[in-house]
Design a protein around this ligand. Structure first.
Ligand SMILES: [Zn+2]
Length: 338
């Protein structure tokens, strides 16, 4: 009898625990954005460091976690992961220490942000206040934040990615920057199919890292996302090309362009639909080479995981953006007719 009660009790725990976490996961996107913004603004209020730096660090870490297996998944609404030994202090014998006093004695980053007496590295408020205080020890202006980030991550690319995101958040004053569009105007005449991994003839043995979208010379090429122009110039394979980094650490590569949009410069913020150049056939030789193949846009996507960057197939994304843009246009037309 007693054993049965025990089994039922265990079963109840097993059945209810995943349900509770599932409910949290079901929190809708707007609520999550609101909760995150609340935390960033709180950190801003205590540290005087603008909220978008916290948003940028959090977003960078969340994206890295999504593509890495060695990092635990976030438990709250923030993505910032602080290693136990950094939180508790490198010489602390207890890496899971939650005592704010001993943590501070061992030089750990952890603090009690929400006033519950514990420095808990799985508590969003404790984490964001710990980051705020860490940055604050360097200074609250851009240059000092940059130095603080470098000392924390020890990788200049990570610092650039975070500061790029901060710039985007600052400009738009919102966290909702997930919109995408297809790279060519939908009314243009174009065609494409999945050419991921195809062999390439020019420049030795290479694998095709992208999707070719065939269209006429001069068809406008648009940014597909909110992002920053990270690169603009010539490459013997890609010809005149542009690279845009979005807020998800993804790098969008536009190759074989006929030319660039006037005044487009590296470091510029673009949004979905911003014209960045036009379709061409540049590439496969020294600067200015063109016409060695039919005009098309080469579209590539690359992901950064905090160590390295690799390419992935953009085709499913292109299809999805094309579809959702078509649906939006249809909805707008219907709304106008009403
Ligand atoms: Zn291509």
């Amino acid at each position: 009898m007693c054993r049965w009660i025990f089994i039922v009790w265990i079963a109840a725990i097993v059945l209810t625990v995943p349900k509770a976490t599932f409910a949290e996961e079901k929190m809708d996107e707007d609520t999550i954005y609101e909760k995150r913004m609340e935390l960033y603004k709180k950190a801003e209020a205590v540290s005087l460091i603008p909220w978008y730096y916290f948003a940028a660090i959090d977003q960078y870490e969340r994206n890295v976690q999504q593509v890495r297996r060695d990092l635990p998944k976030p438990t709250g609404v923030l993505g910032i992961y602080i290693k136990p030994e950094i939180w508790a202090g490198p010489l602390n014998k207890n890496p899971h220490d939650t005592n704010p006093f001993t943590i501070s004695q061992f030089g750990g980053l952890g603090i009690d942000g929400n006033g519950d007496g514990l420095a808990n590295r799985e508590d969003d408020e404790d984490v964001i206040f710990a980051i705020a205080r860490y940055l604050q020890t360097y200074g609250i202006d851009h240059q000092h934040i940059k130095i603080a980030l470098w000392n924390y991550y020890q990788r200049s690319k990570t610092v650039d990615l975070i500061l790029g995101k901060a710039k985007i958040y600052k400009k738009y004053q919102t966290l909702k920057l997930d919109d995408h569009v297809f790279p060519l105007p939908l009314h243009a005449n174009y065609s494409y199919r999945d050419t991921w991994g195809d062999a390439r003839g020019w420049g030795g043995r290479r694998i095709h890292e992208g999707t070719d979208i065939f269209a006429d010379y001069g068809v406008p090429v648009r940014s597909t996302c909110y992002g920053i122009v990270e690169l603009k110039g010539w490459n013997k394979y890609g010809g005149w090309r542009i690279g845009i980094r979005d807020i998800n650490n993804t790098y969008h590569y536009f190759g074989h362009l006929n030319g660039f949009a006037p005044n487009l410069r590296e470091g510029q913020i673009v949004e979905p639909g911003t014209v960045i150049g036009s379709v061409g056939s540049s590439g496969y030789g020294p600067p200015g080479t063109a016409g060695k193949f039919p005009p098309h846009l080469h579209y590539g996507m690359y992901k950064d995981n905090g160590y390295t960057e690799w390419s992935f197939d953009p085709y499913p994304h292109l299809k999805a953006w094309e579809r959702s843009e078509k649906q939006k246009r249809k909805k707008n037309k219907e709304a106008q007719q009403k």
